[in-house]
Write a protein that binds this ligand. Structure first.
Ligand code: ATP
Ligand code: MG
Length: 409
């Protein structure tokens, strides 16, 4: 199929908005005789006049050829080799054009790419392909645009330019098939819709509603990466709305979503928390994952802890235990790293220490490693519920006296 090619004068991408590292990679490849395109979220965001998070490059150079061109280059990936070209503070992921996934029946490809082969998921690795094949194996039309450094044109094989204009998240190919290949694409659809204020095209949306349970088969570590992106994208509240409407929340966070469904006030707490996340994000602050999980699941963890306390567990232990039991169970779908589980349980377990303001203990707590995160949770929770006003003044003063190194930038 012939792509739509939009010339330099007819789109808004300016080289100035591409990171100098990406420009260097693109030019070095082009000057060495290879095709070199910017691709994915970078192109999409430049066309939407948003700040791209990162820049990815595709080329017809093979990983070995890329390695020879760049001294600061590492080949990664056991299955599909791709190059990370490293610059100070930035890594440009540079991959060779990929062909679509070979037929499942083709025994020549035995390695696994996204997950093990249940439910029609992709299990075979990929081989090098043409630019068109590379574009069409991507998830959504708006993520399949190329920016060609040779003539500064935008190349569109999938109809992404029109969908960008119309504000549509459209799956490339048959949604049922593409979501079965890789169920994580369903939550990516919710993320892009929420993040960009777009609509999910109706056949894709219906397919998500039909296939949502496939998410329980997705790789838990990929789910963890994508879950963070959902809530750190700056429009977490809108994303959450899409997850709720399409009912993706159930297969992602099974027990938690049932708990939310029982009471509107619980839903409102999560929304309120996500609004705060978005405000922090807009202010340029970066919350780390343990505080994110502590905040989102905070009320649920307090609820679980109260049950444990009623069974005779001490308040401090109940808080920690509640977090650990819930997050460990969640690991079946979303693999939260052990360190993060430990930090979340610390944040919750430490809440009781804010009640104590006499003697040497407050000072010990103030100087302990987990204080700042626990304090941020305490502050947010106290203000949201309109409680602990005096304690909050006391601890705010103590905290101000410390001149903490901020935990978030
Ligand atoms: P962000 O702004 O969050 O980085 P992105 O679109 O760049 O968004 P990435 O996860 O960085 O998302 O992926 C880069 C590109 O790789 C995507 O734009 C898309 O073309 C392709 N891609 C990523 N994940 C998938 C997937 N699961 N299936 C198909 N293509 C994918
Ligand atoms: Mg990206």
């Amino acid at each position: 199929m012939e792509p739509v090619i939009v010339k330099r004068a007819d789109h808004c991408i300016s080289r100035k908005n591409i990171s100098s590292a990406a420009v260097k990679v693109l030019y070095h490849l082009k000057d060495s005789g290879y095709k070199a395109y910017l691709v994915g979220g970078g192109v999409r965001d430049l066309l939407l006049k948003r700040n791209p998070k990162d820049f990815d490059v595709v080329t017809n150079a093979t990983p070995e050829q890329i390695r020879k061109l760049f001294r600061n280059c590492r080949l990664v990936g056991r299955r599909f080799r791709l190059a990370h070209v490293l610059f100070r503070g930035e890594t440009i992921e540079t991959s060779t054009f990929r062909a679509p996934v070979p037929d499942e029946a083709d025994e020549a490809y035995s390695e696994h790419i996204f997950s093990t082969g249940e439910s029609g998921m992709v299990t075979r690795d990929n081989i090098f392909g043409t630019p068109e094949q590379d574009a069409l194996r991507r998830d959504f039309t708006i993520n399949a645009l190329f920016y060609n450094i040779a003539d500064f044109s935008v190349i569109d094989y999938a109809g992404g330019l029109n969908d960008l204009k119309e504000g549509i998240i459209r799956v490339i190919g048959d949604p049922d098939k593409r979501f079965a290949e890789d169920p994580v694409r369903m939550i990516r659809a919710a993320r892009f819709a929420g993040m960009l204020g777009f609509k999910i095209e109706s056949s894709a949306y219906d397919s998500i509603c039909r296939n949502k349970e496939l998410l329980t088969h997705a790789s838990p570590s990929r789910m963890y990466d994508e879950v963070q992106k959902l809530f750190f994208c700056g429009n977490a509240n809108e994303v959450f709305g899409w997850l709720e409407r399409s009912d993706l929340l159930h297969p992602m966070f099974h027990d938690f979503s049932h708990w939310i469904d029982e009471d509107r006030a619980r839903h409102d707490w999560v929304t309120h928390t996500l609004e705060q996340m978005d405000r922090w994000r807009k202010a340029g602050l970066q919350v780390h994952p343990s505080l994110l999980f502590a905040l989102i699941f905070g009320e649920y963890h307090e609820f679980l802890a109260a049950q444990l306390e009623a069974d005779g567990v001490s308040a401090h232990d109940a808080c920690k235990l509640a977090v650990q039991q819930h997050l460990r169970a969640m690991c079946e779908n979303v693999r939260v790293p052990k360190l993060v589980i430990y930090q979340v349980s610390d944040i919750m377990g430490n809440q009781i220490r804010f009640q104590r303001t006499k003697g040497a203990r407050p000072q010990r707590f103030l100087h302990s490693e987990g204080f700042l995160d626990a304090f941020l949770y305490f502050k947010f929770s106290s203000k949201s519920h309109g409680r602990n006003a005096e304690l909050l003044d006391y601890w705010t003063e103590q905290n101000d006296s410390l001149k903490h190194k901020p935990h978030y930038k």
